[in-house]
Write a protein that binds this ligand. Structure first.
Ligand code: UT7
Length: 331
């Protein structure tokens, strides 16, 4: 039998860096309440959000992704030609094809990097990290840029009081590469397509085109809330166990920024000690889906609340329904 040569990979992978970009337009709860029948008090009590960011003139998903990616690449200390794969997680690439990843790769000046998008909604960054980790360990790639980017303001009905106040825009990026010690724990992930309708679009792409109707995100918030505080809280626990990390060994908890009440419920379920730093970027940035975990990670590091080498539990969950979590060493 002919022997096919294999390409050796790295024993382990780790995060080299993280970067983020948030759009310039600040939309506070007061402005939000000009679109929906709500109040600053209700939004803050139910979610923890005081304001969110939306793209303004001259900004779009790709420009946010580029800014976040440039920051992550610069902080990684790598040169552009060392990045050989780009993974973009987004539901904000409005063309069916091409994907955003090859466009972003070209925009960054990369040459011949493998590039593809993944659609894993709010779990997308953690799905991307899982893939990057596997690519690096298998030898399929050496340095992988993982980007989570969304401009949800463009696919949210601003007059829908069940979604408008939650969703927002932003981008986060990380570089994953080879390591002598393990920096990315086993991914705990899964899906429940039987519940797909709880976060869906009001019209599919073809219907929107053929019938000229808009297509917006719609959500059964209570159903998602129950799933997140039950099944996903358990998944977070399994993620820690899979990495062999006890709650007191954890430095940071960086859950998808969906709702502070979901984060609080997970904290209780995980029995995390008080010293664990918890990401709360939802307060000023809302829910930026695939971008929320890397933005929150960057914010914890740049504000000094967390430091390089800290151990963090990251977990994303959302439309699909899908989820993914890992314990990672912060870059
Ligand atoms: O990122 C993807 C994953 N997404 C999530 O994780 C979202 C999960 N879900 C949630 O975060 C919450 O379900 C929401 C924040 C979306 C809603 O909060 P809730 O506590 O589940 O509210 P509810 O739908 O149970 O509504 C409670 C009350 C109702 O009034 P009554 O019947 O108690 O009188 C609603 O009519 O709040 C009312 N309400 C509002 N009031 C002011 C619903 N939406 C609003 C609103 N402003 N926007």
């Amino acid at each position: 039998m002919t022997t096919i040569q294999a390409r050796p990979g790295s024993p382990y992978a780790r995060l080299y860096s993280v970067g983020s970009a948030i759009p310039s337009r600040v939309v506070d709860n007061e402005e939000m309440c000009t679109y929906i029948d709500s109040s600053d008090e209700w939004i803050q009590q139910r979610t923890g959000i005081t304001e969110r960011r939306w793209i303004a003139e001259g900004e779009d998903a790709q420009s946010l992704a580029k800014k976040a990616a440039e920051s992550a690449i610069e902080r990684s200390g790598l040169s552009l030609d060392q990045i050989d794969a780009v993974i973009v997680s987004t539901v904000s690439q409005y063309k069916q094809t091409p994907a955003m990843a090859p466009l972003l790769a070209a925009d960054l000046g990369l040459q011949d990097a493998a590039a593809f998008d993944i659609g894993a909604a709010c779990a997308g960054f953690c799905y991307g990290v899982a893939q990057a980790d596997a690519l690096v360990r298998s030898g399929a790639a050496t340095h992988v840029l993982v980007v989570g980017v969304e401009t949800l303001s463009k696919i949210t009905d601003l007059h829908d009081r069940s979604t408008a106040f939650l969703f927002a825009d932003g981008a986060g990026a990380a570089v994953v590469g080879p390591s002598e010690v393990n920096g990315i724990g086993p991914v705990e992930w899964g899906s429940d397509g039987y519940q797909a309708e709880v976060i869906d679009m009001t019209a599919d792409w073809l219907t929107a085109v053929e019938q000229g109707v808009p297509s917006y995100v719609k959500m059964n918030g209570q159903a998602v809330f129950r799933w997140a505080t039950g099944y996903i809280a358990d998944a977070a626990k399994r993620t820690l166990e899979a990495a062999g990390i006890t709650p007191d060994q954890l430095d940071c908890f960086i859950p998808h920024q969906a709702n502070n009440r979901i984060t609080d419920s997970m904290l209780r379920h995980l029995k995390l000690p008080e010293k664990v730093v918890v990401a709360r970027t939802i307060k000023q940035l809302g829910n930026t889906s695939a971008a929320s975990v890397p933005i929150a990670m960057d914010e914890l590091l740049s504000s000094g609340q967390a430091k390089s080498g800290d151990t963090a539990l990251i977990i994303g969950f959302g439309a699909g329904l899908v989820y993914a979590g890992q314990v990672v060493v912060l870059p």
